[in-house]
Design a protein. Structure first.
Length: 356
């Protein structure tokens, strides 16, 4: 029987929650939903219009495709996270929104900058109370083996690596809402950041998987409001190239984006932003940071003055991974396909992989 493993600070454990292991042993592909910035609202009704649209759309996809899990890319609770593992926001902004039977699969989660304004340890602790919330540690890795195809995913905490984006103690709700924040200016705890950097490189180097993904909250490259993250361009991107990572998944900017840059040799690295699960932003403020030939897709493009308040369709990414390719479908909150692309296994174009 195929098994699923996660690694928490270097310790391997078999994941057996739900029926995921049984499902993998008989399936021909690994099916994943990519969501970012699901955070809802801190006041009644605790969710946004866009969030309900996306929840309905991923339910429809889940009924049809039966995904094995969701990758939840941070900013899980706007605007200042949660206070403890019993916080009512877990129920009002998460459990009650994604409550259909089709969505009762593991939601593998990382923290975003807004989560770090609150108690991230409480989000980790909540794992033991939920049937689907899976946040075993602030960073961890997942490994899947299905139908002779292997997939490794590193789930990282980019706020620990790079720092936060605003001083919540000296700001107010409107500062947070309207993005009056600075770029990350460095980690609060350099020792913890360096520990995670070493962990990342160790697991990138150790992976011989057909597909190697890294998932965090801050994007490396982005053309939207927040734009590229300097810290990740300087420290993470060289590692992605060195170890022939297949793709980097992020949220933070409230858009869907697909950007491609060359790695080593013929290898291509795909940068996917999926941060539009509860609000959207058509901004192209940082368009000049990505060359035309590297930007493959950006959504939304139409103007909506209330989109950042959640009055929009939102969107998400659905991914189907098999031995030949990983197919990514970019959909809006109506379930309409806006764009699609594919990623080849590392064995085809990666000099690092071939060295194993």
């Amino acid at each position: 029987m195929d098994a699923i493993y996660t690694n928490l600070y270097g310790f391997d454990n078999v994941l057996s929650r739900g029926n995921l292991i049984d499902n993998l042993s008989t399936n021909t592909s690994l099916r994943v939903i990519l969501l970012g910035d699901i955070g809802g609202l801190p006041v009644y009704p605790y969710y946004t219009y866009a969030q309900t649209k996306v929840a309905n759309a991923i339910t429809d996809i889940a009924i049809q495709k039966k995904p094995h899990f969701v990758l939840n890319l941070g900013d899980n609770f706007y605007f200042t996270g949660v206070s403890n593992e019993y916080d009512k926001r877990f129920e009002s902004s998460f459990e009650n929104i994604y409550d259909t039977d089709a969505l009762q699969v593991p939601w593998y989660t990382v923290a975003g900058n807004h989560d770090h304004f609150g108690n991230v340890s409480a989000q980790v602790a909540y794992t033991k109370y939920s049937k689907k919330w899976n946040f075993p540690s602030v960073y961890y890795n997942l490994s899947f083996h299905i139908n002779q195809t292997t997939v490794d995913i590193l789930m990282i905490d980019t706020v620990i690596l790079c720092g936060n984006t605003a001083d919540v103690e000296n700001g107010d709700l409107f500062d947070l809402l309207w993005n009056k924040s600075h770029d990350p200016e460095g980690p609060d705890d350099i020792e913890q950041a360096e520990k995670q950097w070493k962990w990342i490189e160790y697991h990138l180097n150790a992976s011989s998987a057909d597909y190697l993904f890294v998932a965090g909250h801050y994007p490396i490259h982005s053309i939207s409001s927040h734009g590229p993250t300097k810290c990740l361009i300087e420290r993470l991107d060289p590692l992605l190239k060195q170890y022939s990572v297949s793709a980097y998944f992020a949220g933070h900017d409230h858009t869907l984006q697909h950007i491609i840059y060359p790695g080593e040799g013929m290898h291509l690295i795909h940068y996917v932003v999926s941060g539009v699960a509860s609000r959207s932003d058509r901004s192209k403020k940082h368009l000049n940071t990505v060359a035309v030939e590297n930007l493959k897709f950006h959504y939304p493009s139409s103007w909506n003055p209330f989109s950042q308040l959640g009055f929009s369709n939102g969107g998400f990414v659905y991914m189907d991974i098999n031995k030949q390719r990983a197919e990514l479908f970019f959909l809006n909150g109506k379930g309409a396909e806006k764009y699609r692309t594919s990623i080849v296994p590392r064995s085809i174009d990666s000099p690092h992989f071939i060295a194993f």
